[in-house]
Design a protein around this ligand. Structure first.
Ligand SMILES: [Zn+2]
Length: 512
């Protein structure tokens, strides 16, 4: 068995109970069979493990690998022809997206994630059309991509059984369309209509195949309140109790979703999920932008996590998640880059910096997330939202060896005052180019800025060649349908917002 010592001038193993970073100087981790067996000063480790191969040096800083806790696709919607829209219009605009091979597509974003230090991804697969066999085949393509590139992945096939385009029944929406649009719209809905029992069968099959995987695991992802019938919500609870797996659900992403919940349940979406017994430490709210004070209180009491998708909230005009209030109530907050970050890529370091700076409330003593809180979100808190909870997110004996080696002079050269501290400098200054090497489960998936498992240029060339071909008749039809449906989707939401609960948690500016 090979034993490796990986060390640097700075080793961040995690955070203490008070949220303070635990930092050791000239220290490293010892890794055997993918697991950390010891940490400590490098001189001591070399004595204890004389046969170990030693990697690192004083120019490196080592941190736990990052967790992108909310991810969907490879090539971005913008690349595929759907620009930023408010979420509700974006659903229609995305109908136009081109067909891409899921294996190469998944790798495309996996390269981006790894080179910015992401070792684990929560892949929420939203929309695979076709039969249960088609959905399983799609899942296996995504999973194969992560397996081949060496990433740790929590895969889910989103449960969804209604309201596939707007926040009403598909047939009601189709009935209000002009005659000439109805067949194409119905056919589109039909492609995504799979009975709930078949969706559960797909989930069970995936759990059977991958549930105990070392780097691939499965989790439960009910898509969002509006996409699930009461029966589907109950099924979610049953699956969770039966498997013990974590649940990640988009909740209250936009003001329209808040209004929808009120129309459907007479109150808050979160209170409704709680009545069904869905909330608990296994439950992660994706987005949660429109959570009320009562929702935040309920989330804190039930021990649920929130995944903050900062770039996505900016890009799709979803609003500003009250992250400072989540943190004040001790809610674990993870970070998700979602479909794509502010630069239309998946750069976890950039996303962390955005989270750090997006929640700076005006006022000398007003709250804001600290760099340590943001780094903890990207590591330990993200880990907690996955089926790998307790095995990743920290660098301690017994944990998986998932880590990032930073070329520290690439962050600090030619000068960085030391008074600011390691975490402050890392979160505020480190760019992807400083990520020197990335290890997952004791295996280097990125070494000296090169991918070790697959050749990136080859994968990009596959995508380029496939997409250089003319659009297929089916793609052209979908583009036309998307364009034709947009005004009808827009009209559906006319007057939809009820204005209730619009008083913001934060006051970024003032009118009077
Ligand atoms: Zn999402």
């Amino acid at each position: 068995m090979t034993t490796q010592i990986i060390w640097g001038s700075t080793l961040l193993t995690g955070f203490d109970a008070a949220g303070e970073p635990i930092i050791r100087r000239d220290a490293g981790v010892v890794c055997e069979a993918g697991v950390i067996v010891a940490t400590g000063p490098v001189a001591e480790l070399k004595t204890r493990y004389p046969d170990a191969s030693v990697i690192g040096g004083r120019d490196f800083a080592i941190t736990p690998g990052f967790v992108n806790a909310h991810h969907h696709v490879g090539l971005t919607p913008l690349q595929l022809g759907s620009p930023d829209h408010p979420l509700e219009l974006w659903f229609a605009s995305r109908i136009a997206l081109r067909d891409v091979d899921l294996y190469a597509d998944t790798l495309f974003s996996a390269f981006e994630m790894i080179e910015s230090g992401v070792t684990t991804v929560q892949h929420l697969h939203s929309r695979a059309p076709g039969t249960p066999q088609d959905i399983l085949a799609a899942a296996e393509k995504v999973i194969a991509a992560y397996r081949d590139i060496g990433m740790r992945a929590s895969y889910s096939m989103a449960l969804r059984d209604q309201n596939r385009l707007v926040y009403e029944a598909d047939q009601d929406f189709v009935a209000r369309l002009p005659d000439h649009l109805r067949p194409a719209a119905s056919a589109f809905f039909q492609r995504f209509t799979v009975p709930l029992s078949d969706q559960v069968a797909v989930f069970d099959e995936l759990v059977t195949r991958h549930g105990e995987g070392e780097r691939i695991r499965i989790q439960i992802a009910p898509a969002n309140l509006h996409w699930l019938s009461e029966k589907a919500l109950e099924t979610t609870g049953e699956l969770q109790r039966r498997t013990g797996l974590p649940v990640h659900m988009h909740v209250l992403e936009t003001p329209y979703q808040k209004a929808y919940a009120r129309k459907r349940t007479g109150g808050s979406a979160l209170a409704h999920l709680d009545r069904l017994g869905l909330l608990g430490p296994h439950f992660t709210i994706g987005h949660g932008v429109w959570m009320s004070e009562a929702d935040i209180e309920l989330a804190a009491e039930r021990g649920v996590c929130v995944c903050h998708n900062c770039s996505s909230n900016f890009r799709l005009k979803s609003g500003m998640a009250p992250v400072n209030r989540f943190l004040a109530r001790g809610i674990p907050v993870a970070i998700g880059i979602d479909e794509a970050g502010i630069n239309d890529d998946r750069d976890m370091l950039q996303e962390m910096r955005l989270v750090l700076r997006a929640h700076r409330e005006p006022g000398i003593d007003a709250p804001h997330p600290s760099s340590a809180q943001v780094l903890r979100m990207a590591t330990e808190c993200g880990a907690r939202t996955t089926p790998f909870a307790g095995r990743i997110g920290r660098l301690e004996p017994g944990m998986a060896a998932d880590l990032v080696m930073f070329d520290w002079p690439a962050v600090t050269y030619p000068y960085q005052d030391e008074a600011l501290g390691f975490v402050e400098v890392l979160v505020q200054r480190a760019k992807a180019k400083a990520v020197h090497s990335v290890m997952v489960g004791g295996e280097w998936v990125y070494r000296e800025r090169r991918f070790t498992m697959l050749d990136r240029e080859t994968v990009l060339a596959v995508l380029a060649e496939a997409l250089a071909k003319p659009k297929t008749p089916a793609e052209i039809e979908r583009m036309a349908l998307s364009q034709a449906l947009l005004p009808h989707v827009r009209r559906f939401y006319d007057g939809y917002l009820d204005g209730l609960g619009d008083e913001p948690h934060y006051r970024p500016s003032g009118r009077f």
